[in-house]
Design a protein around this ligand. Sequence first.
Ligand SMILES: NC(=O)c1ccc[n+]([C@@H]2O[C@H](COP(=O)([O-])OP(=O)(O)OC[C@H]3O[C@@H](n4cnc5c(N)ncnc54)[C@H](O)[C@@H]3O)[C@@H](O)[C@H]2O)c1
Length: 273
Amino acid sequence: MKTDVSVVVGVGGMGRAVAARIGSGRHLFLADFDERLLTEAAAQFTEQGFEVSTHQVDAGDPASVAELAAAAAATGPIRHLVHTAGVSPVKASTEAIVRVDLCGVAYVLDEFAPLMARGAAGVVIASMAGHLAQLTAEQETALAATPTAELAGLPFLNPEPALHPMLAYPIAKRGATIRVQAAAGAWGRSGARVNSISPGVISTAQGRDELAGESGARMRQMIEQSATGRIGTAEDIAAAATYLLDPASSFVTGTDLLVDGGVVATMRAAMRG
Ligand SMILES: NC(=O)c1ccc[n+]([C@@H]2O[C@H](COP(=O)([O-])OP(=O)(O)OC[C@H]3O[C@@H](n4cnc5c(N)ncnc54)[C@H](O)[C@@H]3O)[C@@H](O)[C@H]2O)c1
């Protein structure tokens, strides 16, 4: 009998923290765009005793994601799918953000839905920024219902003339949570669940880039004024993902868990105050 497979797409800070928690006794199937990071992560996990394989993928390319899903399914029954691949508004263009952070999530949700084992679970990493996005009801409906191949063509995602990456990122991340909600039914038909996590500021490569960027001062202020007053760790996200991937959450699907140290709660309370 083949070993159950835990697929982790994106082996940056969060991907590795989740992999370390779920990979024991399973086949860790690691995927990323960056081959250097993949090799490094595979060496780290192999040394720690995990059974590992790697697959290079471009999450923003539907053919590449289809190949990834087929390769993972050929390895064994897929028990977990953890999608952490993403690009940051500090470094990426609006086009790349829409392509990877929104369309990439939609490709992964579509391709893995029919391949998940019964009782399996998926987690997609979105962002606290999605909770702060200002979208109309029509835009939210479009993000939920537009066929995946047409998503990038939605007029309000058009980078020209003025959709700055800092505005595109919250929309893409809100779109990711909406896609997860919309995909829960299809995942349920395979006997699987899927949820998203919206992290606050987490001290990974991406989080540190954002703190060093033009909105860093504002982010630090948001953290200081939050309910916990601290930056998050990849472990904070891994703990939440572990719950959503475990049978303990077998009645939880199609929802988003905001894991932000209380940033959004304190901002909302201040606005209403
Ligand atoms: N760190 C934060 O503060 C923060 C906050 C909210 C949300 N997020 C989101 O969390 C997720 C994980 O980020 P992280 O903090 O671990 O950052 P990270 O930069 O450490 O990891 C992201 C990984 O995604 C990979 N990647 C990028 N584009 C890809 C593509 N097209 N195909 C495949 N892989 C690709 C990168 O190579 C990298 O390994 C991302 O989606 C990010 O947007 C991060």
